[in-house]
Design a protein around this ligand. Structure first.
Ligand code: HXH
Length: 336
């Protein structure tokens, strides 16, 4: 319950899906901490569990931040999502390099990954209900299916299946997720379904598709694309997790960086877009198992300075002071 005696976000969505936020260790106290405890029942480390952060050198793990998250989660009845094992970014180069400084062999990288997954799963699987096993493996360029990464080059064309099997062997309970951005866009949706069909045909233990949901208030095709994507993924027998949601005030190609505050028009449009999106999530609650925001409040978001340097963004449900925005009210304002 919130201070004004209204249901929190997670309470309101109790019979629908988990409500999560991406967090950093400084979010566990103060206003951000209160928002987390009140409104969320799932957290994802924005960075702390990425390969390069938690395992920066072959013989050195840095568990400090991830452990602090687990402690906070445990004492507040919150579960965690594990993000992420195999990704082309934020992975240390040592993983792909042998002792002579040359590219590591398939065997060596497999051994390192298996060991890494085992250590992370042993430490966190009691609180992690879903792993982003592979992140962003589909190529954006038209006509090309897979992103060319060190993982793929070294482990081979069937590496995605191999990686899911490695994680499954260490954690038989958690949902195993393939996570990506723009995978509700028609062309990337087709590529993703193509990949998933092959994985499923080969018996790969993939349970869910992660829709990152880095969206914006100007995308007029969003709702249609989203419905179609959920239906396609559900038809493959997969669940959907919305893993990194935010609704930016700016179209991706908007280069303005002079705005100090969001305009009333932006805030109202954002509220409308959030309203429409959550109606779709509720409509498909049989398939959608979690919705995570990529941040807590507009006080901090990865969208600040990205992709436009010097630009502030306001993509979340709470404002820079931690107060509910119009978008929050619309997301919880339903009777079903
Ligand atoms: C996510 N990537 C990551 O999963 C998450 O770990 C990180 O903290 C933030 C966002 C989203 C992303 C994808 C592509 C990208 C930037 C961010 O760069 C491009 C975007 C569009 C077109 C080309 C590149």
């Amino acid at each position: 319950m919130t201070q004004d005696n209204k249901l929190s976000l997670a309470e309101k969505y109790w019979d629908y899906f988990k409500i999560g936020a991406a967090v950093n260790v400084n979010d566990f106290s103060g206003i951000q901490g209160e928002l987390l405890k009140t409104h969320f029942n799932s957290i994802t480390a924005e960075n702390a569990m990425k390969f390069g952060e938690i395992h920066p050198e072959e013989d050195r793990y840095d568990f400090e931040k991830a452990d602090a998250m687990k402690t906070f989660a445990k004492s507040n009845n919150i579960l965690m999502r594990g993000h992420t094992f195999v990704w082309h970014n934020q992975t240390s180069n040592w993983v792909f390099t042998d002792k002579n400084g040359r590219e590591a062999s398939r065997e060596l990288v497999l051994e390192r990954l298996t060991q890494h997954v085992k250590i992370i799963c042993d430490r966190y699987k009691d609180i992690v209900y879903a792993w982003d096993v592979v992140n962003e493996a589909i190529e954006d360029k038209s006509g090309q299916q897979y992103r060319e990464t060190a993982w793929r080059r070294i482990l081979g064309a069937d590496y995605i299946q191999t990686v899911f099997e490695i994680v499954k062997a260490q954690d038989r309970k958690a949902a195993l997720v393939y996570n990506d951005y723009n995978n509700e866009h028609p062309e990337k949706l087709e590529k993703t379904c193509h990949m998933l069909e092959i994985l499923l045909k080969n018996g790969t233990p993939v349970d869910s598709v992660g829709i990152q949901a880095h969206w914006n208030i100007r995308d007029i095709s969003l709702i249609d694309n989203l419905k179609r994507a959920i239906e396609r993924y559900a038809a493959l027998g997969l669940k959907i997790q919305v893993t990194e949601m935010d609704v930016s005030m700016f179209d991706f190609n908007d280069r303005r960086n002079d705005l100090k505050l969001p305009t009333d028009e932006m805030l109202e449009l954002q509220a409308q877009v959030y309203d429409d999106i959550f109606s779709v999530f509720r409509q498909y609650k049989e398939h959608v198992t979690s919705v995570t925001f990529w941040g807590i409040s507009d006080a901090y978001t990865w969208k600040d300075n990205f992709p436009v340097f010097g630009r502030k963004d306001w993509p979340l449900l709470f404002n820079v002071s931690g107060a509910k925005k119009a978008a929050f009210d619309r997301v919880v304002d339903f009777y079903e």
